[in-house]
Write a protein that binds this ligand. Structure first.
Ligand code: MN
Length: 442
């Protein structure tokens, strides 16, 4: 008799290949080593190459083996079955014990591997991703946006406060604001240019109308797996265990509204007219080969306070790209223009530090909460993650493939963000796309 262990593979094994041919494309985002989670037709699913496998389809096909996932633990078997049969979003998977989640991933890899004995049954229930509508993967209860890139904070600060770009708190405290969870939309959802109060000079008077300075912000977000109760905290050494996985985030921003409203309590209506997330959550486990030493601090930078210090902490080396495609480019079939390329490894504050800081006052983190990094900018001009920085507030416009210039976004522009991880000896894994068209004000 075979043991359940026979049906669980190490999904991260670099040599593993899938019978789904598109998963073995060396330039693809979704090899068998990735297996990100998302939602399809209101069912929890994993992505493999150009195909999608919902967990309930896998169970109904008879191929999915709950005992293999539970590893002989009877309670775990019941938990997994409930999560798969009754699960409403990826949160129902994220709350499972880490070991069970890892075995689920390993079992899915076994089902999808090149030599899978269940190939025939699984092939019958695979769905082409082209026929699936992108969804927000979790029911996001709360959303927080940080400001964790030193390059971004310094660039933006120097535009507004040339003599004093970085405020005294910045290198000691991960700065953030509470965003609005209900205005988070999946990739592909158009975003409408907002109306708001803006001023022609610094002191006003204001007028109300369509915002003129619409920007994107290239960010990386992460979802909380298991949270903490109100009044308790998350130790920095445990923080990574609370992070289920990562997505790309476009924090659409109206700079002219932001400039007038942000003091003294921070961004408000300049940010909550739409925030786009990529639909596939790349798990922390899949990202493990791409972890790099962190945080990225200089020799002159202050050490973080003890509650934010962990010598074993890590950043993730995720290459991040932004493209813009105007309506004219779409009409003429001109490829989107690459506007920037940077890496998440350049962040000053790590995901663990952001999460630990957020809970450090006893604030409760819940499964499905989304924490985003803030704009990811690097040291070079072409790695600046928003147009405010990329065009230096419009002083250095960028040229698109249709020959037009951009200082900020125009109606009809589509912003496309991509992210991927590469390392010699490992298959590339990626995030797919985070895209959205800016529509004219209504
Ligand atoms: Mn932001």
């Amino acid at each position: 008799m075979s043991s359940p262990n026979d049906r669980v593979l190490d999904a991260g094994l670099p040599t593993l290949r899938s019978f789904v041919a598109s998963a073995n494309d060396s330039l693809g985002d979704f090899p068998i080593q990735n297996l990100p989670f998302g939602m399809v037709d209101e069912q929890v699913a994993v992505r493999i190459g150009d195909m999608v496998l919902t967990l309930s389809d896998a169970l109904d096909s008879g191929a999915l083996d709950l005992d293999a996932i539970a590893g002989g633990d009877r309670d775990a078997r019941i938990e997994v079955e409930i999560a798969i049969v009754h699960g409403e979003n990826v949160g129902d998977i994220a709350v499972l014990p880490a070991l069970v989640r890892s075995r689920l991933r390993g079992h899915l890899a076994w089902l999808l591997a090149e030599d899978s004995p269940e190939r025939a049954r699984i092939e019958r229930v695979l769905r082409p991703v082209a026929k699936c509508v992108p969804c927000v993967p979790f029911r996001i209860g709360d959303y927080t946006d940080f400001y964790a890139s030193l390059h971004h904070a310094t660039n933006v600060g120097s535009m507004f406060r040339p003599t004093n770009p970085l405020l005294p708190n910045w290198k000691h405290i991960p700065i953030g604001y509470h965003g609005r969870a209900s205005s988070i939309v999946p990739s592909g959802t158009p975003v409408v240019r907002p109306h708001g109060q803006t001023v022609a000079s610094d002191d006003g008077p204001p007028s109300f109308g369509p915002a003129k300075l619409i920007d994107y912000e290239l960010e990386v977000g992460f979802f909380v797996a298991k949270g903490n109760a109100l009044g308790t905290t998350i130790d920095i050494k445990d923080a990574w265990k609370h992070i289920f996985g990562f997505v790309l985030v476009n924090d659409w921003s109206a700079r002219d509204i932001q400039k007038w409203e942000y003091q003294p309590l921070g961004p408000f209506l300049s940010k909550n007219f739409g925030t786009t997330v990529s639909p596939w959550v790349v798990t922390t486990e899949a990202l493990a080969p791409f972890m790099v030493p962190g945080p990225a601090r200089g020799v002159d930078d202050p050490q973080p306070l003890p509650y934010l210090t962990n010598p074993a902490d890590r950043n993730i080396d995720i290459t991040l790209e932004v493209f813009i495609e105007s309506a004219a480019m779409r009409d003429k079939g001109i490829a989107p223009t690459l506007v920037s390329r940077g890496s998440f490894r350049d962040m000053f504050w790590t995901p663990a530090q952001m999460l630990t800081h957020h809970a450090s006052n006893g604030c409760n983190m819940a499964t499905g909460d989304l924490l985003a990094s803030g704009t990811v900018s690097g040291a070079t001009k072409d790695s600046r993650g928003c147009l405010l920085e990329r065009t230096w507030r419009g002083a250095e416009p960028i040229m698109l493939g249709d020959g037009t210039e951009r200082k900020f976004l125009q109606d009809g522009d589509e912003v496309v963000m991509r992210g991927y991880c590469e390392r010699p000896g490992y298959p590339r894994i990626g995030f797919g796309e985070c895209r959205g068209v800016l529509l004219a004000a209504r």
